[in-house]
Design a protein around this ligand. Structure first.
Ligand SMILES: [Zn+2]
Length: 268
């Protein structure tokens, strides 16, 4: 939709006035406010151009209200040892991601779900069910690397932007994005009964970003393979919740194997 303005190092590039007028005509009245930030963003972590029309303040605000809602709905798991372990692994991963000076919150939820999520504001939710199968810190690092990869990959902003553009184009919601869609776009679809998982491209990207982070944080990247194998076999006929909010492309394990071997971290 927006013109990509090249890989000249600019992080956020406004479209030209002409482009903006065309967009306005295409999308109809009422959408001007949403187009104010219309840009192709070149992600410094991946080098991939992304369509992002939400600004960071909007995203932080949406994260905060989604987080408050989840915390009201889901009991916390009060286990001091588990909390220390989660924070220790989590801090090492965010340091490795170069995001140590941003604020992060790590919360364990008392639920059997084998799932975890992260909001773009740095709020990380980790469910007891997933914690209990993470028999090694390397396995937790696999999950947390993947989740932090969604943040640095700006996947929620990208998904949120697509939703806004779609809604605007359909003239369903005007400038008011309803909170269910906002929640779903932030990756909490399961909590509000809307399923809007990350795309396959984003999942594959989070896997690769995540394994780089876990490796530079000093964890064993080869352990990502048995972790994903355990996730796939552990679910029986009903796959773990993680795989429904983070769909599992068939080739996940194979792609990770290839990457690990290419990096010389293998063989696996
Ligand atoms: Zn994911």
């Amino acid at each position: 939709m927006c013109e990509h303005h090249g890989a000249d190092g600019a992080k956020l590039v406004d479209v030209s006035k002409m482009d903006r007028r065309d967009l306005l005509r295409g999308l109809g009245a009422g959408s001007a406010v949403l187009l104010a930030g219309c840009a192709t963003y070149e992600n410094p972590v991946t080098g991939r151009g992304q369509f992002i029309i939400v600004d960071e303040a909007q995203l932080q605000q949406a994260s905060l209200s989604a987080w408050q809602q989840v915390r009201q709905q889901t009991p916390q798991w009060n286990n001091a040892a588990a909390q220390r372990r989660l924070e220790t692994v989590g801090r090492r991963i965010v340091q490795a991601a170069g995001r140590g000076n941003q604020s992060w919150e790590f919360v364990l939820f008392n639920s059997d779900q084998k799932n975890a999520f992260v909001l773009p504001g740095g709020q990380v939710g980790f469910y007891r069910g997933l914690y209990e199968i993470c028999e090694r810190d390397d396995w937790m690092a696999t999950v947390l690397g993947h989740e932090v990869g969604h943040v640095t990959g700006r996947h929620a902003a990208e998904r949120y932007s697509r939703e806004i553009a779609t809604q605007t184009a359909l003239q369903v919601a005007g400038t008011q994005i309803n909170s269910q869609v906002a929640m779903a776009a932030l990756g909490l679809g399961a909590q509000v009964g809307i399923s809007l998982p990350f795309s396959r491209e984003q999942e594959a990207e989070a896997d690769i970003i995540g394994i780089r982070y876990m490796q530079s944080a000093g964890y064993d990247p080869r352990q990502a393979i048995p972790f994903w194998q355990a996730m796939q076999s552990g679910g029986g006929s009903r796959p773990p919740a993680f795989l429904s909010t983070h769909p599992d492309p068939e080739g996940r394990i194979q792609r990770l194997r290839n990457f690990i071997n290419e990096q010389g971290w293998g063989p696996v």
